[in-house]
Design a protein around this ligand. Sequence first.
Ligand SMILES: Cc1ncc(COP(=O)(O)O)c(C=O)c1O
Length: 383
Amino acid sequence: MTTRNLPFGKPWIGDEEKNAVLEVLAGDVLTHGPQSKAFEEEFAEYMGGGYCVSVSSGMAALHLSYLEMGIGVGDEVIVPAETHVATAHAVEMVGAKPVFLDCEPTTGNIDASKLESLITKKTKAISMVHFLGVPCEMDAIMKIADKQGLKVIEDCALAIGSRYKGTHVGLIGDTGCYSFYPVKHITTGDGGMFVTKHKDVAARVSKIRGFYVDKTFAERTIPGMYDTLGVGLNYRMSDINASIGRQQLKRMGVIREKREANFITLKSGLSNIFGISILDSQNKDAISSFYCLSVVLEKPLDAKRIEIVKRLNAAGVGTSVYYPQPVPRMSYYQNKYGYKATDFVGAERISDQSIALPVGPHLTTDDMVYISQTFSSVLKELN
Ligand SMILES: Cc1ncc(COP(=O)(O)O)c(C=O)c1O
């Protein structure tokens, strides 16, 4: 087999994005103008509802969620152990305590059956990540949240196009937080979207995102005059970034289709390999966005993970790890809260034993056959 070059992620940037940026640069408004507004409306349309606020990153959307909810010192928020650090950092940033919840083995999503055991008088919210794009079991989570009066924050950084029982994720809980970092489904360079089904929440967050001033540039009747209603940040998305996002969003239908086709081909190509498990949706009502395909090397094969990765990379197969460590095992959280690694065996299995393989639209179904055949050959070589 001729060696290929199959990166894990590659943004799909065409002339449409380049021309859109040039058009913004040729105009008078570079930030927080008509492009950002149009991107917000088009993103809501893509999801099929909700109110959107464009922001500078996925982390900004998460931080704004807690700020708007008034969650802070003395409060606890339940956070997935298996996620990007941003999911937990947003809780830390407002002074609240992240209480980590382990994941279940087939999807990597939070184990809803263990949720209630972590709720205390201090718990104010539950956050979750739709891991690798597979929606969490939202019925079970929302039932608990409603019963206990808790807010729900959906980290949708990997989940554009994911639907649970027909509803786009991010519109089930109180807030949905999206990331447009370059390896995500669509990109704006850096950027994010705060999403909510509550109009008043969107209105408040849109103010907090821009220093919490009462009038945006466009809303001021007398230039330069405004008041401030509270403490805010500058988490705005520029019109340059938003113009890229608008073009990217037009590709989303094709991007999702290609990812799904690639995932199905790769999963089928790996299906006869002994000693591995593939993370995937277990619920026909939970439609994935197919962010990537994560292979868990079950024991004792996991001992060969580094060597397998090296050989895959040498054969041109890009890989990654989602995520490199359970967050409570990361130095900062372990030092501060003293979590023991053994408290999160589900997350440890995924972090320490998995390899993430690419399924993005930069790759063809034939590339998926190459990846599964290469994977199989590498395992035979190491046997
Ligand atoms: C699950 C998850 N949440 C949040 C983020 C943070 O998003 P951003 O990089 O846009 O701040 C990421 C990664 O980028 C992520 O993977």
